[in-house]
Structure formats: structure tokens, C-alpha cells
Design a protein around this ligand. Structure first.
Ligand SMILES: [Zn+2]
Length: 286
């Protein structure tokens, strides 16, 4: 097999795997927050001595995929990532209601991230771990956009998988990864409490602290100033677009997780450009 053919096969495999993983991430992003909210409600009921309401099982696999409008259960042919959505033009085959954009968008994003990782990392464990990292960033971003909070059930495993990935110094030395996790948490913790003491409001969610700690565990502490700077710039840009072009109110809370996730992605895939951004901005600030 020639080099070009091999690259083509790798890219095709990456896209297919990305679509399948994206399909699963879409389910997790939708169901995990609901599962957690149910568990908390049950816990609250238990605490005050009330009886938790009985309801049908709900987890990542049950009930099986179905149309939210008419409860029509999806067959195998309606469950093919992206292809089914395109063939049905985004509509349920039973009732014709619009399925929505989330699923195909997450699938395409996961496939694009898989291609990016294949292009940037060699065919070994670096590539496998990098794929896990970028897909988890995508999951965190999607949940934060949809629900406005980030579950520890996502950021926690992301942190410790990052530490395991760096045991052998894959993306950062083990020392830099541990310091990165601590520094990521601590830096935003100071911002969080500084803002809260000054204004009496929460400037960001605690999930953002956990996400930056997880990013630090993957990239090492050296990348964190660049990640914070880039995510702040992205946040300002998005706030300007949202207020000026989309007519959103300034008081409306803006999820910061997607900005951190995007900056974390840049930190792993293009570490040099992030360092360049920092050296480019620091003389301008001085
Ligand atoms: Zn339907």
C-alpha cells in the first residue's frame, strides 16, 4: 500500500469512528445531566424523609433511542450516525417532527476532531489519548452550552485520564501534569472568589475550575496562561457577537466551558501557537 493510500484509509477510519463516537457523545450530553438531576431529586426526597417518586428506568441505554415527540422507537436504519439524519432530512420517519441540529452537529464535530488528531499525532498511544482528550472536551462544551453547567462526572475522569496519559511524559512530564491540575484549579478558584467577594455574584461556575484543572493535567502547567488568555479572548469575542449581532442581554449568563474547551484543544494540538499568542500579547500589555 502506498503512503497516500494508507493516509486515506486512516482518515476514512477516523471519520467513521468519529461519527460513531459523536453519536454516543450526543446521547451522553443529553442524558447524563437528566440522570444526575433525577439522582439529586431522589437524594433530596430521601433527606427530608419523603418517598422518592417511582419512575421508569432512565440511563444511557434505557429507554432505547426514540423520537421525543411521538416516542417512535428508532430502528437500526434510523440510528446510523449522520446518514440517517441526512436521509430523513432531519425529520422523524413516524411523525415528521424536526429532530434538531444537536445530534448531527456533535457527530460532525467529533469526526472533524478525529481527523485533526490523526493529522497531528502519529499512529500510537499519543493519538489514542489525544482523541480521548478532544472528545471529552467536546462533551464538556456541549453539556455546558445546553445546560449551563459542567458535571464532575465528566471533568473528574478527564483529569485523572490526563494524569495517566502523562505518566510517561506523553504531552507533559508527570510533574508538570500534576502541577497543571493544581494550578488550573487554583488560578480560577482565586478568580472565582475574587469576583464573588467583589460583586457578591458568581462570575463562573465551579465546573469551569474543574475543567481547567483537567486541561492542566493533560497539557502541563506551562500551557495554562495561554489557555486562560485565549479562552478569555474567545469569551469577549462571543459576548460581543451575542450582544451586538444576536441581540442578547448582557445580564444573560454565558457558558465559559466551551471557550476553555476550545483553548484546551489549541493547547494540545498547536502548543507553539498558544505560546506565540502569549508572547505576542504580553509586550502589548506591558
Ligand atoms: Zn416522531
Amino acid at each position: 500500500m502506498t503512503m497516500e493510500m494508507l493516509l486515506g484509509v486512516e482518515a476514512l477510519f477516523a471519520v467513521l469512528l468519529g461519527l460513531v463516537v459523536g453519536s454516543f457523545l450526543g446521547v451522553v450530553a443529553h442524558r447524563l445531566p437528566l440522570m444526575l438531576e433525577r439522582a439529586w431529586a431522589d437524594h433530596c426526597a430521601e433527606t427530608i424523609g419523603a418517598k422518592a417518586p417511582s419512575r421508569p428506568h432512565y440511563n444511557l441505554f434505557r429507554p432505547p433511542s426514540h423520537c421525543p415527540a411521538c416516542k417512535h422507537r428508532l430502528g437500526i436504519l434510523e440510528n446510523i450516525p449522520l446518514v440517517s439524519w441526512l436521509l430523513q432530512r432531519g425529520h422523524c420517519r413516524a411523525c415528521g417532527s424536526f429532530i434538531g441540529w444537536r445530534e448531527p452537529l456533535v457527530e460532525v464535530a467529533a469526526a472533524a476532531l478525529a481527523l485533526l488528531v490523526v493529522w497531528r499525532f502519529g499512529p500510537d498511544w499519543d493519538r489514542a489519548f489525544a482523541a480521548i482528550f478532544v472528545w471529552m472536551l467536546l462533551l464538556a462544551a456541549v453539556i455546558d452550552i445546553q445546560r449551563g453547567w459542567l458535571p464532575d462526572e465528566v471533568t473528574g475522569p478527564m483529569l485523572w485520564i490526563g494524569l495517566v496519559a502523562n505518566l510517561g511524559g506523553r504531552f507533559a512530564s508527570p510533574e508538570d501534569a500534576v502541577i497543571g491540575a493544581v494550578a488550573g484549579y487554583l488560578s480560577l478558584w482565586l478568580v472565582y472568589w475574587g469576583f464573588r467577594l467583589a460583586t457578591g455574584r458568581e462570575g463562573m461556575g465551579l465546573g469551569d475550575l474543574h475543567l481547567l484543572a483537567a486541561i492542566g493535567a493533560w497539557t502541563g502547567w506551562q500551557a495554562l496562561p495561554g489557555v486562560i488568555l485565549l479562552s478569555a479572548l474567545l469569551g469577549l469575542l462571543w459576548a460581543a457577537v451575542a450582544c451586538l449581532a444576536l441581540g442578547r442581554s448582557r445580564a444573560e449568563p454565558m457558558p465559559f466551558g466551551p471557550m476553555l474547551a476550545l483553548a484546551g484543544l489549541v493547547a494540545l494540538v498547536w502548543p507553539d501557537s498558544l505560546a506565540g499568542l502569549l508572547t505576542g500579547v504580553s509586550p502589548a500589555l506591558a
